[in-house]
Design a protein around this ligand. Structure first.
Ligand code: ATP
Length: 344
């Protein structure tokens, strides 16, 4: 089989490690001198190849949970299994090299070029120079920066570009597991949203198991195939898909956390293509607003409100028209959610 030229990882010849499942088994962390544990009996399993968002209040133990996975700190009790193997018995150096880590502060070395920053782990692993150079260029391509960035220094890049480099660096040796701690937290909303979209597209190709910490429930709903909601004291309040949490929050805490507008938020989970219907009359209506089939129902609703139209034209990425969605149909979708789960 020939490699897909657009997939630098496949083309690189870097061995693709098998995907890994992560299991938290009564994971508990008590910091020295602290009476209450920071993390208490966390038990949940993240299937291989999915993004799990970790959300919760400040001080709720999200960063602690991440650092327990790559053993920047050690468990007090319980275990975390990566692909069935306990982190307790892992060699910490190898474990950290095998896990991509992206943090909000980016943590690029200011005195090193972008190429040097991306190549930190491959160099530690003793890769030949030519292979490193090739890999750096592939990764720049993967995070949508051209090769001219290789020789620049971090201070010469925007915040969003630096965060892309942080991601490239974490992906350098193709780790099966990525830990991302508020990776887009410091970016302005537009750059943040663009990087979220880019990462989701990238994930379709790289299929990592990702633990993604965020304060922002909307980011978790957008990014997470699964969401783990922590409460004060690092206790798991609920673990499930975004739709589970929005439709069936287990208690008032989770309901509050996901927000009073959870009926509307559920609309973010459905695409216009899910409810579009053919409408031959569109041909005679050139001024109907147009929206992508991949836009969410929530975006569709907002488009209708802002344009004061009664229907939108839904198009594929190549511009072909699939049909229409009317305001009444979107209203019906919101009402159907309300009927099925009593959401506000
Ligand atoms: N090194 C440490 N020593 C003692 N206590 C700590 C240490 N690091 C964190 N804690 C405590 O553990 C708890 C969880 O902290 P953690 O940083 O994991 O929370 P978080 O959910 O990531 O918070 P935030 O969203 O504010 O970053 C907090 O009460 C914090 O004060």
């Amino acid at each position: 089989m020939t490699h897909d030229e657009t997939d630098p990882i496949a083309a690189s010849g870097v061995r693709r490690q098998s995907q890994v499942e992560i299991e938290f088994r009564n994971a508990t962390k008590r910091y020295p001198g602290q009476e209450a544990p920071a993390i208490s009996n966390l038990s949940f399993t993240i299937p291989a190849g999915v993004i799990c968002c970790l959300v919760g209040p400040s001080g709720g133990g999200k960063t602690t949970t991440m650092m327990l996975v790559n053993r920047l700190i050690d468990l007090t009790d319980g275990d975390i299994l990566i692909g069935g193997a306990s982190v307790r018995s892992a060699n910490t150096t190898e474990l950290r090299r095998a896990i991509g880590y992206v943090i909000q502060q980016i943590g690029l070395f200011p005195h090193m070029t972008i190429a040097g920053n991306i190549a930190v782990v491959p160099k530690l692993l003793g890769w030949p120079r030519a292979r490193i150079r090739e890999r750096v260029l592939e990764l720049l391509n993967l995070v949508q920066l051209d090769r001219s960035y290789a020789g620049r220094y971090p201070a010469q890049l925007s915040g969003g570009q630096q965060q892309r480099i942080g991601l490239a660096r974490a992906l350098a040796v193709d780790p099966p597991l990525m830990l991302m701690d508020e990776p887009f937290g410091a970016l302005d909303p537009i750059t943040r949203s663009a990087l979220q979209d880019e990462f989701l597209k990238l994930q379709e190709r790289i299929n990592k198991t990702v633990i993604f910490v965020t304060h922002d429930i909307d980011e978790a709903i957008k990014m997470g195939d699964r969401i783990a909601v922590l409460r004060e004291g690092g206790i798991l309040a609920q673990f499930g898909t975004a739709d589970d949490l929005l439709a069936h929050p287990v208690d008032d805490y989770v309901a509050d956390f996901v927000g009073a507008d959870r009926g509307l938020k559920r609309l973010s989970l459905r695409r216009m293509r899910d409810i579009v219907h053919p409408d031959p009359s569109l041909e005679a209506k050139p001024n109907v607003p147009t929206i992508s089939a991949d836009a969410s129902l929530r975006v569709g609703l907002s488009r209708l409100f802002t344009t004061d139209a009664s229907a939108v034209r839904v198009t594929e990425n190549d511009g072909t028209t699939l049909g229409a969605v009317t305001l009444d149909e979107l209203r019906e979708a919101v009402a159907a959610h309300r009927r099925t789960d009593g959401a506000p």
